[in-house]
Design a binder for this molecule. Structure first.
Ligand SMILES: Cc1cc2nc3c(=O)[nH]c(=O)nc-3n(C[C@H](O)[C@H](O)[C@H](O)COP(=O)(O)OP(=O)(O)OC[C@H]3O[C@@H](n4cnc5c(N)ncnc54)[C@H](O)[C@@H]3O)c2cc1C
Length: 187
């Protein structure tokens, strides 16, 4: 049995499409109405190129409508270790690519007036052990010096204010990350 996600269960229906075979021709066809295909179609449409999206199931009905709703800045990797491995310039470019991606989503939401609860709630990396905090502190130093002066290190004694729990040993907060309703964004 295939279950719908919360996003799909609570998204309004997609009303602009039609079912059945494609009648006549189309100048450009995009196959797949997930975020990859929809972004391509939007960009083509904005350039005045007529585009048809073919979707086998539901718009944003697969990974795009079944994900965590996170639109995050920052890397999954430890930034300090990454900068050591690939060099400060490449690591900075990598980090900024994420920032730009979130900014792109924010501008699509605003320009297309998409009501999808887009909210810059930020992202926190938590230290589950005391030694994790030392690593976060090194990452914080590297981020602030090289690429993101707004990142914030939360010491153990302030972590309850941030997450309502004493179960962690501090954290690293990146305020630019966002969350949104993926189903509403897709349709
Ligand atoms: C559990 C999970 C959690 C995730 N959490 C996050 C997150 O929090 N933040 C984040 O940024 N990313 C997250 N991701 C990743 C993100 O969801 C995907 O990278 C993104 O949705 C991929 O979009 P897509 O358009 O490439 O693929 P899809 O959304 O899968 O779209 C592909 C579409 O193509 C259609 N299709 C396929 N073949 C055909 C065909 N032959 N003809 C017509 N249609 C076809 C499918 O039906 C589908 O609708 C998560 C992914 C998963 C699985």
């Amino acid at each position: 049995m295939k279950l719908d996600s919360y996003w799909l269960d609570t998204a309004p229906p997609f009303l602009d499409g039609q079912q059945g075979p494609l009648e006549g021709g189309a100048e450009v066809v995009v196959i797949g109405g997930g975020f990859t295909g929809l972004s391509a179609a939007l960009e083509l449409g904005r350039r005045g190129i007529p585009v048809t999206v073919l979707e086998a199931g539901r718009i944003a009905g697969e990974a795009s409508g079944r994900n965590g709703g996170q639109c995050n800045t920052g890397l999954a990797h430890d930034y300090a270790a990454l900068a050591e491995r690939i060099g400060a310039d490449k690591a900075r470019d990598f980090y900024r690519a994420y920032e730009n991606a979130v900014a792109t989503v924010a501008s699509i939401v605003s320009e297309e007036k998409i009501d999808c609860d887009f909210f810059r709630g930020g992202k926190i990396k938590l230290a589950a052990k005391p030694q994790h905090f030392d690593k976060l502190a090194r990452t914080y130093d590297s981020l602030v010096r090289n690429v993101d002066p707004e990142v914030e290190l939360i010491p153990p004694e302030r972590i309850r204010e941030e997450v309502g729990s004493d179960g962690f040993y501090g954290g690293l907060v990146q305020r630019n990350g966002a969350q949104m309703h993926m189903g509403k964004f897709g349709v």
